[in-house]
Design a binder for this molecule. Structure first.
Ligand SMILES: N[C@@H](CCC(=O)N[C@@H](CS)C(=O)NCC(=O)O)C(=O)O
Length: 199
């Protein structure tokens, strides 16, 4: 399975805001990342891209299992995360890092605290409903739903959000399943950005 899933559509970001204008606007008219390119086929939604890549390249069916009920649990999380883990994990990260970098001002803590509160609620629901004492979202094996969840929890953590113990233990399981080296490489960007801001 390729490891270059996040933004391989031939565009290199130089700074925050590049995604809002040309030439990236021509790559992705939604002006969002990721944009994934596979030959002449382009995908502009992260969950669609994860499903496509897993279905096409993972013949073992580990990452997006064919079993209807297991697959439905993967899809359930991928559909839920947009307005929950993603909205508040990314909201916390962006408002703590990218917005202040762009505007040259301090983070708006009213906005940050709102995301922090909501992310706490999201973590509880994630643990009680999606994990429900299982190691991973779909059961005993890691899937694309866990890859997506890990991104959404790692970003706010990099920006200073204190994850609950259950979430930290879950991320460690995903890290072990993916492989420590690859996982750390995939999640280095938000951490590097925060380090660069502190210099
Ligand atoms: N529904 C889209 C959401 C993509 C999204 O929100 N991407 C964020 C980064 S994770 C982004 O591009 N933010 C920049 C912006 O909103 O200006 C997907 O899942 O691919």
């Amino acid at each position: 399975m390729p490891t270059y899933v996040l933004n391989n559509a031939g565009f290199h970001f130089r700074c925050w805001g590049d995604h809002l204008k040309k030439p990236f606007e021509d790559v992705n008219p939604f002006k969002k990342v990721p944009a994934v390119q596979d030959g002449d086929f382009r995908i502009l939604e992260s969950c669609a891209a994860l499903r496509y890549i897993a279905s096409k390249y993972d013949s073992a069916g580990t990452w997006y299992p064919a079993d209807l009920k297991v697959r439905c649990k993967v899809d359930e999380y991928l559909d839920w995360q947009h307005l929950n883990t993603r909205t508040h994990g990314l909201g916390y990260f962006v408002n703590m890092t990218l917005v202040p970098m762009k505007t040259g001002t301090e983070p708006d803590m009213t906005v940050v605290q709102k995301h922090e509160e909501e992310l706490g609620r999201v973590e509880d629901l994630f643990a009680s409903y999606f994990l429900n004492d299982k190691p991973f979202i779909a059961g005993d094996t890691v899937t694309i739903a866990d890859l997506q969840a890990a991104c959404e929890f790692e970003q706010p953590q990099a920006a200073g959000y204190k994850l609950k113990t259950a979430t930290k233990e879950y991320l460690e399981r995903v890290r072990k399943a993916v492989g420590h080296g690859l996982y750390d490489e995939l999640h280095a960007a938000p951490k590097d950005l925060v380090k660069a801001m502190k210099k």
